[in-house]
Design a binder for this molecule. Structure first.
Ligand SMILES: *Cc1c(COP(=O)(O)O)cnc(C)c1O
Length: 361
C-alpha cells in the first residue's frame, strides 16, 4: 500500500477547542467547514460533540453530512441559505443560519417554519465580502426581531486582517461593530475567528474558531509578539502528513534531479524519493530547502515536487534509507511555517489535502 497518510490526533483537537473557548471567554462554535479543514468533519465533530457549544459549516450540504452522522448539536450555516427553498431543510434539521443579504431577510419574513429560527445577522464592518451595511443591518435587525418565527438573533461580523498583528483594521472593525449595535439595545454578539482569538482581545458572546482548532498558526508573519506567541505555543498540531522513502539514489556533482532539472547536485548527493506529491495536496511550488523531517530529524526538500513523489536530501542522513518515515507537515514541520516557505497558507494546505487516507488516533 502507498505509505502516504495523515494521522489525526483527536485529543489535540479537543485541547485546542478548550483553548479557543478559554481565550474567547464565552461560547465557541467549532468551525468544521471544508471537511474540517481537511481533517474529516464527521470524525472531528464526533470527537468534539461532548464539549462543543456548536459547529459551523459553509453550506447546507456540509450541515446535512453532520446531521446524517448523528450530530445533534447546533450547526450554523456561515453563509446562510443560498436559495429560499433551502429554508425547509434549515427548519427540518434545526440548523442555525447566518443572514447576510436583504433578499434573505425577505425570504425569512415569508417563511413559516415549524420551529422558531436561530439567526445570525451579519454586519459588514470592512471585509466587504458578504454582510449588510450599517443602515441595512439596523433595518433588518428590527424587522427580524419583530418576527414571531425568530427565536434568537445574534449580531456578527468577520475580521479581514486579524492575522496581521500590526494592522489597526481589526480595532476599527470592532469599533464599527459596536457603534452600529449601540442603538439596538442588548445583543448577543460574535466576532472572533482564530486570529481574533489568538492575537487580539476578543470580545463577543460567541467565537468562531476554525484553523486554531487544528493546531496551526493563522498569522501571516512568523514573528509574532510575545502575548500571541504564548498562546500559539499552547496549540497542538492535529494532523501529521507523512509518507516514506520508496527509492534512494547516489548522484554525482552536476547531476540534475526531477522535472526541469531545477536542482543540480553540488556535491555527491544521496537522494531519497518520497511517496507524496502535489496531487496529495503538498505545495507544488515548494522550493529546494523547504523543511521536512526525515526519521524525526530536520531535513530539506530538493528539486521540483511531482504529482505523486517528491525528493529529499539524504546526504546528511546516513541512517535514513528505504522505508524511512518523512513528515511533510505535523509536529516538527509546522504547517504554517511550510506555508510561508512555499508561498501558501496553512488554511490552503490543510484543506487541500486529498487522496491520502486519514488515520485517527
Ligand atoms: C471560516 C470562518 C471562520 C473561521 O476562521 P478561522 O480563521 O479559520 O478561525 C469564522 N467565521 C467565518 C464567517 C468564517 O467563514
Amino acid at each position: 500500500m502507498r505509505p502516504a497518510r495523515a494521522l489525526i490526533d483527536l485529543q489535540a483537537l479537543r485541547s485546542n477547542y478548550g483553548l479557543a473557548r478559554e481565550l474567547g471567554g464565552g461560547r465557541a462554535l467549532a468551525v468544521v467547514k471544508a471537511d474540517a479543514y481537511g481533517h474529516g468533519a464527521v470524525r472531528c465533530a464526533q470527537a468534539l460533540e461532548a464539549e462543543a457549544d456548536g459547529f459551523a459549516v459553509a453550506c447546507i450540504e456540509e450541515a446535512l453530512e453532520l446531521r446524517e452522522a448523528g450530530i445533534r448539536a447546533p450547526v450554523l450555516l456561515l453563509e446562510g441559505f443560498f436559495e429560499a427553498d433551502e429554508l425547509a431543510l434549515v427548519d427540518a434539521h434545526g440548523l442555525w443560519c447566518v443572514v447576510h443579504a436583504s433578499w434573505q431577510v425577505e425570504a425569512l419574513e415569508r417563511a413559516r417554519p415549524a420551529r422558531p429560527l436561530n439567526l445570525w445577522l451579519k454586519l459588514d464592518t470592512g471585509m466587504h465580502r458578504v454582510g449588510l451595511s450599517p443602515a441595512e443591518f439596523v433595518d433588518a435587525w428590527q424587522r427580524l426581531r419583530a418576527l414571531p418565527q425568530v427565536q434568537a438573533l445574534v449580531a456578527m461580523s468577520h475580521f479581514a486582517r486579524a492575522d496581521e498583528l500590526d494592522c489597526d483594521r481589526t480595532r476599527e472593525q470592532t469599533a464599527a461593530f459596536e457603534s452600529t449595535l449601540a442603538g439596538l439595545g442588548a445583543a448577543t454578539t460574535s466576532l472572533a475567528n482564530s486570529p481574533g482569538l489568538l492575537g487580539w482581545d476578543p470580545r463577543g458572546d460567541w467565537s468562531r474558531p476554525g484553523l486554531m482548532l487544528y493546531g496551526a498558526s493563522p498569522f501571516a508573519d512568523g514573528d509574532v509578539p510575545d502575548g500571541a506567541r504564548a498562546r500559539l505555543e499552547r496549540l497542538q498540531p492535529v494532523m501529521r502528513f507523512e509518507s516514506r522513502i520508496i527509492a534512494v539514489r547516489e548522484l554525482a556533482p552536476g547531476e540534475p534531479v526531477g522535472y526541469g532539472g531545477r536542482f543540480v547536485c553540488e556535491r555527491p548527493t544521496r537522494v531519497g524519493v518520497v511517496a507524496a506529491g502535489y496531487a496529495d495536496g503538498y505545495p507544488q511550488f515548494a522550493p529546494t530547502g523547504t523543511s521536512v523531517a526525515i526519521d524525526d530529524r530536520p531535513g530539506r526538500l530538493i528539486g521540483r515536487v511531482s504529482m505523486d513523489m517528491l525528493t529529499v536530501d539524504l546526504t546528511d542522513h546516513p541512517q535514513a534509507g528505504l522505508g524511512s518515515r518523512v513528515e511533510l507537515w505535523g509536529g516538527q514541520v509546522r504547517v504554517a511555517e511550510l506555508a510561508r516557505q512555499a508561498g501558501s497558507s496553512a488554511y490552503a494546505l490543510l484543506s487541500g489535502l486529498k487522496r491520502v487516507p486519514l488515520v485517527y488516533a
